[in-house]
Design a protein around this ligand. Structure first.
Ligand code: GBH
Length: 496
C-alpha cells in the first residue's frame, strides 16, 4: 500500500550493524576474546563453519564505509561498542584500553564530520570470554557491576560525541539463544548433543532478569551523572519485537497472540515501562521466573526514554494443537502456542525469503506500531528492520546486487511506518539492518542482510546493492527538507 505521508525533517534514517558482526581484528590493539570469538571457533556451531575473525573488516575499512554510507543518503548510523576491546579484562576497575577508545573516537568523529548521527549500543552480545569463564556471564549478578563499569568508561570517553545510547541489544534473543536453545554464544542448553552444560528450563529467565537489572542500573547512572539535563541525550533498551496475528477471531487464538507478545517482547518491554513482568509470563513460568524486589521494580520502571525495537516479521498464532517436538527448546518456552506463516485457510501469508524465520508481512508491522504506541505511550525508534532475499548467497554477485525482493520489503515496511506517522504514532527513527552483509551469528557469512554486498572471496570488497539506492530515493522523496516545510509543500514538490 502506498502513502503520501511525509517524514519530518528531523526523522532519522540510516543503517545498523554490531561490533562482533563487522569489526574483525579480534586481537588488534589489546582486545581480549569475546564469547563469540571463542564460540565461533568450533565449526559445528556455525552453518558455514566460519569464524567471526574477519567480520567485514570494518576495523580497517571504517573510513571507506562511512563515505559509502554517506553516499546512501543517511543521517544516522547504529553501531555497537566491543566490551572486550574497551575494557579487555571486562572487570570493574580494569584498565580502559586507550587504543580502542581512540579508534572508536575516530569513527565517531568521522560520522560527525559527515553529518551522520551515531546511535550507539553498549552491548550487542559480545562480552569478554573471561567473564563467562569466571562466573558464567549473565547467569551471575556480578555481571551487573562489571557492565556498569564498562558503560561508565564508554559514557566518559564518548559522551561528548554520542547523544543516543542503547544499553543492550535484544535481551530476549540473547537469553533464549545463548542460554536455552544454545544456538548462539555462549551456547548453553539442556540439549546435551550441543552443550555439555546448561539448564534450558530456567537459565534464560535468570539471564533475562540480570540483563534487565544491568540495563536499568546503567540508565540510572547515565541519567544521574551524564545526562546533565540535556534533553537530547537519550538512552533505551532494544527489544526484538515481531508481530503475532491471531489465526482467527476465537478467544483462544486472541489469547495465544497476546501470550506470544507478552513472552517475547513484553518480557522486557513491560518491566522497563511498568516495572514488572507481564502476568501471562508469570503464570507460564511460575517460580522459575525471578521476582523483582520493590526496590528493583522502582529501578527498572521507566528505565527507557523511548521504545526501541528490532522488527523483522509477522506470524499467525494459535493455541497449540500439534504435539511439541521435545527437542524444540525455542517453542518449549511457551509450549501452548503455535506459530505459522500460513493462515487459517492454509494460505501462505507471504512467500519464503532467504531464511526460514523471516517473511515480508508489512501489515503486521503496522499492527505492531499501533499496539506499541497504545500499550507504552512512548516515542518509537526502529533500531533494526531487514530481510535476506531467496538464495541470495548462492547466486553470482552481479545477480545478488539486484535485490528487488529486499526493495519490496523495505518500501512496503516504510510505507506502513509513514502511514502510522500520519495517523499520529510518534515514530522518530528508522535504522535498516544492515549497512553491509556481515557475520550473521550461527549462519556465519551465509545469510546476507546488507544493502551492500561484501565479496568474501575477494578482499572484502564492497558493492552497493540496488536496495541502497532505492531506500535513499525513498527517503529523499518523502522527507521534508528543513524545519517549517509542511506536508502540503512536500506533496507539491513531489508532484513536479
Ligand atoms: C537481530 O536478531 C540481531 O540484532 C542482529 O544482530 C542480527 O544480525 C539480525 O537480527 C538478523 O538476524 O527460528 O529458532 O532460528 C534477530 C533475532 C533471529 C531471533 C531469528 C529469532 C529465529 C529463531 N532473531 N531467530 S529460530
Amino acid at each position: 500500500m502506498s502513502t503520501t505521508a511525509t517524514f519530518p525533517s528531523d526523522f532519522f534514517f540510516g543503517y545498523a550493524t554490531a561490533s562482533a558482526q563487522v569489526e574483525g581484528a579480534p586481537n588488534a590493539d589489546g582486545k581480549s576474546p569475546s564469547i563469540w570469538d571463542v564460540w565461533s571457533h568450533d565449526p559445528s556451531h556455525i552453518k558455514d563453519g566460519k569464524t567471526v575473525d574477519a567480520g567485514t573488516g570494518f576495523y580497517e575499512k571504517w573510513r571507506e564505509d562511512i563515505a559509502l554510507m554517506k553516499s546512501y543518503g543517511v543521517n544516522a548510523y547504529r553501531m555497537s561498542l566491543s566490551w572486550p576491546r574497551i575494557v579487555p579484562s571486562g572487570k570493574k576497575g580494569g584498565e580502559a584500553n586507550a587504543k580502542a577508545i581512540a579508534w572508536y573516537r575516530d569513527v565517531l568523529l568521522e560520522l560527525k564530520a559527515n553529518g551522520i548521527t551515531p546511535f550507539v549500543t553498549l552491548y550487542h552480545w559480545d562480552h569478554p570470554q573471561s567473564l563467562q569463564e569466571e562466573y558464567g556471564g549473565w547467569l551471575s549478578e556480578k555481571m551487573i557491576v562489571d557492565f556498569e563499569y564498562y558503560s561508565r568508561v564508554c559514557f566518559e570517553n564518548f559522551g561528548d560525541l554520542v547523544e543516543n545510547w542503547f544499553t543492550i541489544n535484544e535481551p530476549n534473543i540473547h537469553s533464549m539463544h545463548g542460554y536455552k536453545t544454545g544456538q548462539q554464544a555462549p551456547g548453553r542448553s539442556s540439549d546435551r548433543k550441543i552443550s555439555p552444560e546448561g539448564d534450558s528450563s530456567v537459565e534464560h529467565l535468570v539471564v533475562g532478569h540480570h540483563l534487565l537489572l544491568a540495563h536499568a542500573t546503567v540508565v540510572k547512572m547515565y541519567r544521574e551523572e551524564f545526562k546533565k539535563g540535556n534533553e537530547k541525550r537519550q538512552i533505551a533498551l532494544v527489544v526484538n519485537a515481531n508481530w503475532g496475528e491471531p489465526m482467527d477471531d476465537t478467544p483462544e487464538s486472541i489469547l495465544a497472540a497476546q501470550v506470544f507478545f507478552d513472552c517475547n517482547s513484553g518480557w522486557f518491554s513491560d518491566p522497563i515501562v511498568f516495572g514488572d513482568y507481564p502476568q501471562t509470563l508469570k503464570d507460564i513460568c511460575g517460580d522459575k521466573l525471578p521476582q523483582f524486589t520493590e526496590e528493583e521494580k522502582k529501578l527498572v520502571k521507566g528505565s527507557t526514554d523511548f521504545i526501541a525495537i528490532n522488527h523483522y516479521t509477522t506470524m499467525m498464532i494459535k493455541k497449540r494443537t500439534t504435539p511439541l517436538d521435545p527437542s524444540d527448546q525455542w517453542n518449549s518456552f511457551v509450549p501452548d502456542i503455535e506459530t505459522s506463516f500460513f493462515d487459517k485457510d492454509g494460505k501462505e501469508i507471504a512467500p519464503e525469503a532467504g531464511l526460514i524465520w523471516c517473511r515480508t508481512v508489512p501489515w503486521g508491522f503496522g499492527k505492531l506500531l499501533d499496539y506499541l504506541w497504545k500499550r507504552y505511550q512512548l516515542p518509537i525508534y526502529i533500531s533494526e528492520n531487514g530481510i535476506t532475499c531467496p538464495n541470495e548467497n548462492d547466486i553470482p554477485r552481479e545477480e545478488a546486487l539486484h535485490d528487488d525482493f529486499r526493495i519490496n520489503y523495505f518500501t512496503t515496511y516504510c510505507d506502513q511506518m509513514a502511514l502510522k506517522i500520519s495517523e499520529g504514532v510518534p515514530i522518530k527513527c528508522y535504522l535498516a539492518w544492515a549497512f553491509t552483509d556481515n557475520y550473521e551469528w550461527q549462519e556465519g557469512y551465509s545469510a546476507r542482510f546488507g544493502v551492500t554486498y561484501i565479496d568474501y572471496e575477494d578482499g572484502l570488497k564492497r558493492y552497493p546493492k540496488d536496495s541502497a539506492w532505492a531506500l535513499k530515493k525513498y527517503f529523499e522523496e518523502r522527507t521534508a527538507k528543513e524545519e517549517g516545510i509542511n506536508d502540503e509543500e512536500g506533496r507539491d514538490r513531489r508532484c513536479d
